[in-house]
Design a protein around this ligand. Structure first.
Ligand SMILES: Cc1cc2nc3c(=O)[nH]c(=O)nc-3n(C[C@H](O)[C@H](O)[C@H](O)COP(=O)(O)O)c2cc1C
Length: 202
């Protein structure tokens, strides 16, 4: 997907590493990524990954990777609607919320567009653009499940962070990579995180 525009929301659910790994992998491509961290997403990322405030520096230090020379990362404040993701006129190729809290899941399912993440997601649904939600909570209540069904019926993809074990993961990062690989598959973006089933290395 050349010169794609993507939106990534990171909420205050556990699993900030899913969002950080996704950003890193997206930036290996010639894409523009519009990133939005919720207020609690920022705090949980600080708690889980010692993230402070500079997202590009954090990604470079955490992953020691080389972004694609045409990749761009634009971070927007979660309370600003004066940004591209807040408008349906902003044409893009999809949005991922990883991790997604059940609060944000509920807001989107109810059509409550009260911050930039929920607003951008709401636009995806009305404009029929790809919306991939990676909700992390367990166990799931009837309300959570109903919200997921509602969102699926509205066109979103619910992609639970459920790593498989048949590829014999040795590290937490490998388990996270499996989930991020599934997200990239949904976006039709290439990766080498996990080999397709049937390759000799699995
Ligand atoms: C350390 C920590 C872990 C959390 N883990 C989860 C979680 O896994 N799932 C969830 O839905 N909420 C979790 N929460 C609660 C959310 O952060 C809280 O509901 C917040 O209001 C979500 O808002 P947001 O979706 O705007 O980020 C956690 C909170 C903290 C402090």
């Amino acid at each position: 997907m050349k010169n794609a525009r993507l939106i990534v929301g990171i909420c205050g659910a556990s699993g900030a590493l899913y969002g950080a790994t996704l950003l890193k992998e997206l930036l290996r491509h010639p894409v523009t990524v519009h990133a939005v961290l919720s207020t609690d997403g920022r705090k949980v990322m600080g708690h889980e990954l010692k993230f402070k405030s500079d997202l590009p520096a954090f990604l470079r230090q955490t992953f020691a990777f080389t972004p694609h020379r045409q990749a761009r990362l634009l971070e927007h404040p979660v309370d600003s609607f004066f940004t591209p993701p807040a408008s349906g006129s902003f044409r893009h190729d999809g949005m991922v919320i990883a991790p997604c809290s059940v609060k944000t899941l509920a807001a989107i399912a109810a059509g409550v567009a009260d911050n930039l993440i929920t607003r951008a997601a709401d636009i995806c649904l009305k404009e029929r653009r790809p919306l991939i939600l990676v909700p992390r909570e367990t166990p799931l209540s009837r309300i959570h499940l109903q919200n997921m069904l509602r969102l699926t019926e509205a066109g979103a993809t619910i992609l639970p962070p459920a790593p498989a074990f048949y590829f014999h993961p040795q590290t937490v990062q490998e388990m996270v990579d499996f989930v991020v690989a599934r997200i990239l598959d949904q976006l039709n973006l290439s990766h080498t995180l996990v080999k397709e089933w049937g390759h000799e290395t699995i």
